[in-house]
Design a protein around this ligand. Structure first.
Ligand SMILES: [Fe+2]
Ligand SMILES: [Fe+2]
Length: 363
């Protein structure tokens, strides 16, 4: 069976792909990306300034708390009624699974590559454990997709996906935020479904609690790497710190608004859900970022809403086809870029960094 996931398709030579793999290969502004970096520069980083916290974290990763978590028969119950899902919900949920799998797998590939190319034993240990976890996460999602009769060919994905080059510091800002926002997203959904179990339309959500603790730990390691090199968190780099917060928050806001059926089924309103996730992420970020986007400022939400309204117009223009709509889409994209810059220019909050970096996940 193949599904139409509503993502731009592309042909990749003579290779026959199922639609799901093709959807995972398509690179759009909003879809999860694959990254590559300057591996030698990454390997040269030193964790000496944060040695004690680092060693404790590596010991935690080595103890492999979630070794037995990612299997269906772990006693949480796999109660799935696929026929009970409306076609619209099923399509959006599949899109969610594929995009989550791509993000997990993209982390797995990047971390495995860092492990393979590096010689620094501290970093090699970290990236070994992180790629182990992401491989498990991606594999578990792929296993869920099998129930729907679809599968993503991850081996193919590694070869066909376009890789975006990011300098090591950008990798740190971006992966730190994506690990922490990943934690915040999963824990928010998990807590919501604890209170409203009747809304849990798929068993995978029961796995989110331990799952997001993996992401939380990964984020802790990236925070320590940044704290070990204060140059990454001062001067002009603060502009980047700010840029990545706005980019990660606005991307999530737009992407989630494109899945109204899934959020309605969960009983979550995308805007309120987004804001709850941004508050948690921002609170956690106090461990590492000396400058925080003010997520409580009314202008922040206004700016996100403006981008989201433009995103709806953009989708309509793209769907319309023809030269006039193409020109319209370009114009809308320019307005979106302007709205994004306005978000970047909002006053940010100074945050004095705590003496110790590590923070317990208490949400
Ligand atoms: Fe993950
Ligand atoms: Fe992760």
């Amino acid at each position: 069976m193949t599904t139409n996931l509503g993502i731009d398709n592309a042909m990749y030579g003579a290779v026959a792909l199922n639609d799901t793999t093709r959807a995972a290969v398509a690179t759009t502004t909003l879809s999860p990306r694959f990254y590559t970096t300057d591996f030698a520069a990454m390997d040269a980083m030193s964790v000496e300034p944060v040695r004690a916290e680092w060693d404790a974290l590596i010991a935690e990763l080595a103890s492999d708390l979630n070794r037995k978590h990612f299997t269906r028969d772990k006693g949480l119950g796999w109660d799935l009624d696929i026929e009970g899902l409306s076609p619209a919900l099923r399509a959006e949920f599949l899109d969610f699974l594929v995009s989550s799998l791509t993000a997990e797998f993209s982390g797995c590939v990047l971390y495995a590559e860092m492990k393979k190319r590096g010689k620094n034993p501290d970093l090699q240990a970290l990236f070994k454990y992180m790629s182990r976890d992401e491989a498990r996460h991606a594999g578990f999602i792929n296993d869920c997709l099998r129930d729907f009769g679809v599968q993503v060919d991850m081996g193919f994905l590694v070869k066909a996906k376009k890789y975006t080059y990011f300098s090591p510091k950008f990798i740190l800002y971006a992966t730190y935020l994506s690990e922490k926002i990943g934690y915040a997203r999963y824990i928010t959904i998990f807590r919501h479904l604890e209170a409203h179990p009747e809304r849990r339309f798929h068993p995978i959500f029961k796995w989110f609690e331990e799952w997001c603790n993996d992401e939380y730990r990964h984020g802790e390691a990236l925070a320590l790497l940044m704290r070990a090199d204060p140059g990454l968190l001062s001067g002009l780099n603060l502009l980047w710190v700010r840029f990545f917060q706005v980019a990660v928050f606005s991307t999530m806001f737009l992407r989630d608004h494109r899945r109204p059926e899934m959020h309605a089924a969960l009983g979550l309103e995308p805007e309120a859900y987004g804001m709850a996730v941004f508050r948690i992420t921002s609170e956690i970020s106090k461990q590492v970022f000396p400058l925080l986007v003010d997520v409580e400022a009314p202008a922040f939400l206004e700016g996100l809403r403006a981008m989201q309204r433009l995103d709806v117009e953009l989708t309509a223009a793209r769907a319309g086809g023809g030269a006039a709509n193409w020109a319209r889409a370009r114009l809308i994209q320019a307005r979106m870029a302007k709205a994004f810059v306005s978000l970047l220019l909002l006053p940010a909050k100074k945050n004095p960094l705590p003496a110790s970096t590590r923070l317990a996940p208490s949400w």
